[in-house]
Design a protein around this ligand. Structure first.
Ligand SMILES: Nc1nc2c(ncn2[C@@H]2O[C@H](COP(=O)(O)OP(=O)(O)OP(=O)(O)O)[C@@H](O)[C@H]2O)c(=O)[nH]1
Ligand SMILES: [Mg+2]
Length: 360
């Protein structure tokens, strides 16, 4: 299930052509036969890839696949050189691997923030005719053309790290939620353990912003000792910035109780890894389209307030409340990312729980 974890896109890049050198002769009053003065053409722009710590997905490249640097300008008379073409700088998330899409050769591994690699070098500008003047040929009527740019198909691959992890008992609607807000299409069905492996989805919100959401298989009591699918999938959310903990009520069974479930899963997560307990969470009541779920809302809201947890009530089925939740998670992720704050699971200092936040 490689495609779940890899954000991948093939793009076409082309560096700029060099500008042609100029053929020109000095024309001045009282000097009938001026010498050659054609300037050189400008260099074409390079296509450069740069690792940017503020990005987390390759989403932008899915919308724009052609990236061309500017051509150099032609040389001019009076020894004027043409301007160099602007480079095209492709910003990618740290961790992006860059391949030649035709040969599969690895061109660059963008593992360090700020690192830059030239993918296609711009063509050199041609020499103007001034350059070719010799004693034997004082008036060359030719100049050099600019060198061609390079083109190439490039595959960008990013092993995605989730920004937000979805946890909860089996069948509470985790997959329904990720399917609602991203292009991920995990199987959804009315029985526990439908999802057997984590799924990642890119969630867009606001103006061209996004975060990565992970749908983690359901957890049950005893998971840390291997019950159900165990907790091995929790490693996929050890580096998230937020955990969205989904709870609900099932009809015709006493098995599901939102508060009891929440505490049970929290306990399993803490037993699995104490760092997970430091990740800020959001409590989400799903299926509020159903009256017997909606009636639990006030009680849960009160509980969340007591626990200082942001609380959201949604229906992954109808979409009610979903946008507010996505915005809240998105802004939380984005503000930390922009402030250069590392996720708790990646911090090496004695990580402290970040201050709790209030839901808007
Ligand atoms: N009425 C209603 N049903 C929902 C809602 N969200 C999910 N369901 C239903 O709940 C059942 C379980 O949904 P899933 O999304 O598969 O649940 P899950 O948490 O991914 O389950 P596992 O993968 O087994 O852990 C499905 O029958 C969904 O159609 C909702 O908001 N309202
Ligand atoms: Mg599922």
């Amino acid at each position: 299930m490689r495609s779940n974890f890899i954000d991948e896109v093939v793009i076409h890049v082309r560096s700029g052509h060099g500008g042609a050198g100029a053929v020109s002769f000095r024309r001045e009053k009282y000097i009938p036969f001026g010498g050659p003065d054609g300037g050189n053409g400008g260099k074409g722009g390079d296509v450069i890839v740069r690792a940017d710590a503020q990005l987390s997905t390759l989403l932008d490249y899915k919308f724009q696949r052609k990236h061309h640097a500017k051509d150099g300008e032609r040389g001019q008379g009076r020894q004027c050189s043409g301007a160099d073409g602007d480079d095209s700088v492709l910003k990618v998330p740290v961790g992006t691997m860059v391949f030649n899409a035709d040969t599969q050769e690895l061109i660059a591994d963008m593992s360090e923030a700020g690192a830059e690699v030239v993918l296609a070098r711009g063509g050199r500008g041609g020499k103007g005719n001034e350059h070719f003047a010799r004693s034997t040929q004082q008036a060359p009527k030719f100049a050099q053309p600019g060198e061609e740019g390079q083109e190439l198909n490039v595959r960008l691959e990013l092993k995605m790290l989730a920004d937000v992890g979805l946890v909860g008992f089996p069948n509470v609607g985790k997959s329904s939620f990720i399917a609602k807000v991203s292009a991920a299409r995990p199987k959804i069905a009315d029985y526990p353990f439908t999802t057997l492996e984590p799924h990642l989805g890119v969630v867009s919100f606001g103006a061209e912003q996004s975060f990565v959401l992970a749908d983690v298989p359901g957890i049950i009591v005893g998971a840390h000792t291997g019950q159900g699918l165990g907790t091995r999938f929790l490693r996929h959310i050890e580096r998230v910035r937020r955990i969205a903990h989904l709870v609900t009520v099932e009809p015709d069974t006493e098995d599901r109780d939102p508060i009891r479930d929440f505490e049970a899963i929290e306990n399993e997560m803490a037993l699995h890894n104490e760092r997970l307990a430091l990740v800020p969470r959001v409590l989400v009541l799903n299926r509020i389209d159903l009256p017997f779920v909606a009636e639990k809302r006030p009680e849960l809201e009160k509980y969340a307030k007591k626990k200082k947890l942001p609380f959201f009530a949604i229906s992954a089925a109808t979409g009610a409340g979903v946008e507010e939740l996505v915005k809240f998670l998105g802004h939380a992720v984005l503000s930390e990312r922009q402030a250069g704050i590392a996720p708790v699971g990646l911090r090496t200092d004695g990580a402290e729980a970040p201050g709790t936040e209030d839901a808007e």
